[in-house]
Ligand binder design. Structure first.
Ligand code: IDE
Length: 445
């Protein structure tokens, strides 16, 4: 069995997000976020669960960093709770919130774990939502002010910055379909929100450059590789449309200074052809240092005149995870090749992982299914590098079981098990598997 060895500097990490792990939702001066408000609204979350306590990471971060060091992580991707820094989104600063992240970052650096900060992983200050949230263009400016403060505080010690996590998901699930905070069902609003998020991204990148910081800044995009059900002309066209809509919507404005054609067509068909000032695209396309991608599964599509965009999803034939997502490792290889071919920019896999219904037996979690998922995807990452992709790192989702948005705590993605009754952490077998990957900087072929 050959060992597939990664480049020497390849960055092995794990990822989390503030609302999903921190808890302390209203402690030490933190302001309310749209996810606090949404999760406190009955009927939105599985069994009306919420992130009030979550993994209590706000109080347990030292223990959690010790566990990261035990696994041997080289980097840790986490997000900042914007309302923990600026309770109203701007203006009054919350020193205790800043201090929490200062202590966390100091602890990471002490353990030689590189901090990789996501500035926005969906928990917008409710005070800004009350002023229109992402439907209000001013929110982009407020985001850049918040980002500028974070760069000022931590820009000299944090080497990797991600402006937004998955703008497609926060725009669409939050504003079009109402499944995520702020729970709006307004398709036109999703396009406006998405545009203002991109503007926010661009303004933050400009602030980072103006500050002369030496690290790298990018954005994280969720991607699902698209395959036509058949090679019919109609299905091929459907796949092209889904790829543009699902994968390129928030990438093309950054690299090509324009939305994919399909997006403009939707705007025109609905008479939503907003006049986005051309100067917006000058800001949005401010050069970035890397693209982060979150890959979990693929999309198989076919033409269907009765479906949205004339595209229907077809279920894949392989094993599915607890989220109902098909396990398809080749999709990671294919999307890496496609994105690097099209945009020629360094890439980080900022999320990849699987939810399975883990159980504790004799004090152990024998999550062989997650080990297989991670192994097969890490192998595809290796093959993409071998075939020319400038892939810089891999962050497993997630470091620990956590609040899985509308699914509450019913879905476990962690390589560390969390007993929510006791807050006890247990390294799953996948954590020991990942520890070995990191030690050997490679995986068995
Ligand atoms: O669902 C697992 C994770 C989630 O916990 C992260 O916060 C988020 O960044 C994340 N993105 C995806 C992929 N995109 C997606 C998000 C929501 C619904 C469907 C797909 C999966 N995940």
């Amino acid at each position: 069995m050959a060992k597939l060895v990664f480049p020497k500097e390849f960055l092995w990490g794990a990822a989390t997000a503030s609302y999903q792990i921190e808890g302390a939702w209203n402690e030490d001066g933190k302001g309310e976020s749209i996810w606090d408000r949404f999760a406190h609204t009955p009927g939105t979350i599985y069994e009306n669960q919420n992130g009030d306590i979550a993994c209590d990471h706000y109080h347990r971060y030292e223990e959690d960093v010790e566990l990261m060091a035990e696994i041997g992580l080289k980097a840790y991707r986490f997000s900042i709770s914007w309302p923990r820094i600026f309770p109203e989104g701007r203006g009054k600063l919350n020193p205790k919130g800043v201090y929490f992240y200062e202590k966390l970052i100091d602890k990471l650096l002490e353990k030689n774990i590189k901090p990789a900060i996501t500035l926005y992983h969906w928990d917008l200050p409710q005070a800004l939502e009350d002023k229109g949230g992402w439907l209000n263009r001013d929110t982009a400016k407020y985001f850049s002010e918040y980002a500028n403060f974070m760069f000022y505080k931590f820009g000299d010690v944090v080497p990797i910055w991600i402006t937004l996590n998955e703008p497609f998901v926060s725009a669409f699930l939050g504003y079009a379909w109402g499944w995520h905070a702020p729970g709006k069902k307004d398709m036109k609003g999703a396009f406006v929100a998405g545009h203002n998020m991109l503007l926010a991204h661009g303004l933050a990148v400009q602030a980072y450059r103006d500050g002369g910081y030496k690290g790298n800044i990018g954005i994280t995009i969720n991607v699902a590789t698209v395959y036509p059900e058949t090679n019919s002309e109609e299905d091929l066209k459907a796949a092209e449309k889904q790829d543009a809509f699902g994968n390129r919507w928030f990438i093309d404005p950054i690299f090509k200074r324009k939305y994919p054609e399909i997006i403009w067509r939707i705007l025109e068909e609905n008479n939503w052809s907003f006049v986005f000032p051309a100067s917006d695209f000058d800001i949005i396309s401010s050069p970035i240092d890397f693209m982060g991608i979150n890959y979990y599964t693929r999309n198989i599509v076919a033409y269907d005149k009765n479906s949205h965009l004339g595209v229907k999803r077809v279920e894949g034939p392989n094993e599915h995870t607890d989220m109902g997502w098909e396990v398809y490792p080749d999709g990671l290889y294919d999307i890496l090749i496609q994105l690097y071919r099209d945009y020629k920019i360094p890439i980080y896999i900022t999320e990849n992982g699987a939810a399975y219904n883990d159980t504790v037996e004799d004090g152990r979690i024998r999550d062989i299914n997650r080990i297989n998922y991670l192994k097969e995807h890490i192998k595809r990452a290796y093959f993409a590098i071998r075939d020319g992709v400038d892939l810089r790192g891999y962050f497993v989702w997630s470091l620990m079981d956590n609040f899985e948005w509308a699914h509450g705590y019913s879905k476990r993605f962690g390589i560390i098990y969390v007993d929510y009754n006791t807050q006890k952490r247990i390294l799953k077998d996948s954590a020991y598997f990942y520890k070995k990957i990191i030690e050997e900087n490679g995986v068995d072929g």
